[in-house]
Design a protein around this ligand. Structure first.
Ligand code: HEC
Ligand code: HEC
Length: 224
C-alpha cells in the first residue's frame, strides 16, 4: 500500500487515531485541511440556537436546499440535514472568504444578514439537528460493490467506516447525499476548487478514474 502511505499518516493526524497522533499534529492537519475548521470552534454548538437557525434557513436557504434541507439532485445542490456542525460552519466561512469556489454560495453568504458568525452558527446547529433525508438520488447501481470496496479501503480512514465524518476534525458526513452532488464534488476537489484542503487529498482524488468516482458516489448515496 505505499501509494496510500501518506493518507494513513494524514488521516491519523487529522482524526487522531489512538496511540499515534499528537494534539499538535492534529491541529496542524486541521489547519492545513480547513483553516475555517479552527474558527468554527469560536462558537461551539452548545452556544448556537437551532430555533433561530430554523427561521434563518427558511428565509435564506430553503428555496435552493429545500424546505427540509434535502437538496436537489438535478442541480447538484447538496442535502444539508444532519450534516456535521463544524463542517457546515467551516464551509460557510470558506464560501464567504473565497476559499471554496462557488459564485452562488459566495453571493448567499455575503448578504449582510449572513455575515454574523452567530447567524451562521445558528443555521448550522439547526441543520445538524435536522432529520437527514432518506431519499437521496442514487446512481444506476451497476458498481455498488466496487464503490463499497474503494470507500472502505481509501476513504473510511477519514470519513469513518459508517461515512458519518468527524465533528472535531470537520470532516463531512457523506451519507444522505445525492449521487450527482458527490460525483461533482469529488471532481471539484480534485480540480482544486477548495483552497483550504491538503493538496495530497486533491492529488489522491485525481487518481480515481471515472468508474471509481461513480461507483463510490453510488455506494454512498445508498447509505441512509
Ligand atoms: C441560489 C441557491 C442557493 C441558496 C439560496 C443557498 N445555497 Fe447553499 N449551495 C448551493 C449550491 C449550488 C451549492 C453547491 C456549491 C458547490 O458546487 O460547491 C451549495 C452548497 C452549500 C453548502 C456546502 C455543503 C457541503 O456538503 O459541502 C452549504 C453548507 C450550504 N450550501 C449552505 C447554505 C446555507 C446555510 C444557505 C442559506 C444561508 C444556502 N446554502 C443558500 C445553492 C444555494
Ligand atoms: C485524508 C483524509 C481524507 C480521505 C482519505 C478522504 N477524504 Fe474526503 N474529505 C476530507 C476532508 C477533510 C473533507 C472536507 C474538505 C473541506 O473542508 O473542504 C472531505 C470532503 C469530501 C467530499 C465533499 C463532501 C461535501 O459534502 O461537499 C467528498 C465527496 C469526499 N470527501 C469524498 C471522498 C472519497 C470518495 C474518498 C475516498 C476515495 C475520500 N473523500 C477520502 C478528508 C478525506
Amino acid at each position: 500500500m505505499p501509494r496510500f502511505g501518506f493518507l494513513i499518516a494524514f488521516a491519523t493526524a487529522l482524526i487522531g487515531t489512538p496511540g499515534a497522533a499528537t494534539p499538535a499534529a492534529a491541529a496542524a492537519a486541521a489547519a492545513s485541511t480547513g483553516s475555517a475548521a479552527v474558527s468554527a470552534q469560536a462558537i461551539p454548538l452548545a452556544a448556537a440556537h437551532a430555533d433561530s437557525g430554523a427561521g434563518q434557513f427558511r428565509a435564506h436557504c430553503a428555496r435552493c436546499h429545500g424546505p427540509q434541507g434535502y437538496g436537489a439532485a438535478k442541480q447538484a445542490i447538496p442535502a444539508l440535514a444532519g450534516q456535521r456542525y463544524t463542517y457546515l460552519v467551516a464551509q460557510l466561512g470558506d464560501f464567504a472568504a473565497g476559499a471554496r469556489d462557488s459564485d452562488t454560495m459566495h453571493r448567499v453568504v455575503s448578504q449582510k444578514a449572513l455575515r454574523e458568525p452567530q447567524v451562521r452558527a445558528d443555521i448550522a446547529a439547526y441543520l445538524n439537528a435536522a432529520e437527514p433525508s432518506t431519499l437521496p438520488a442514487t446512481g444506476d447501481g451497476a458498481d455498488v460493490a466496487l464503490g463499497r470496496g474503494i470507500f472502505h479501503e481509501q476513504c473510511a480512514a477519514c470519513h469513518g467506516a459508517d461515512a458519518r465524518g468527524s465533528e472535531a476534525a470537520a470532516v463531512p458526513s457523506l451519507r444522505h447525499q445525492h449521487y450527482s452532488y458527490l460525483v461533482a464534488q469529488i471532481h471539484m476537489i480534485a480540480a482544486g476548487y477548495r483552497h483550504n484542503i491538503d493538496e495530497n487529498l486533491e492529488f489522491f482524488l485525481r487518481s480515481l478514474d471515472e468508474r471509481d468516482v461513480s461507483a463510490t458516489a453510488d455506494y454512498l448515496s445508498r447509505l441512509h
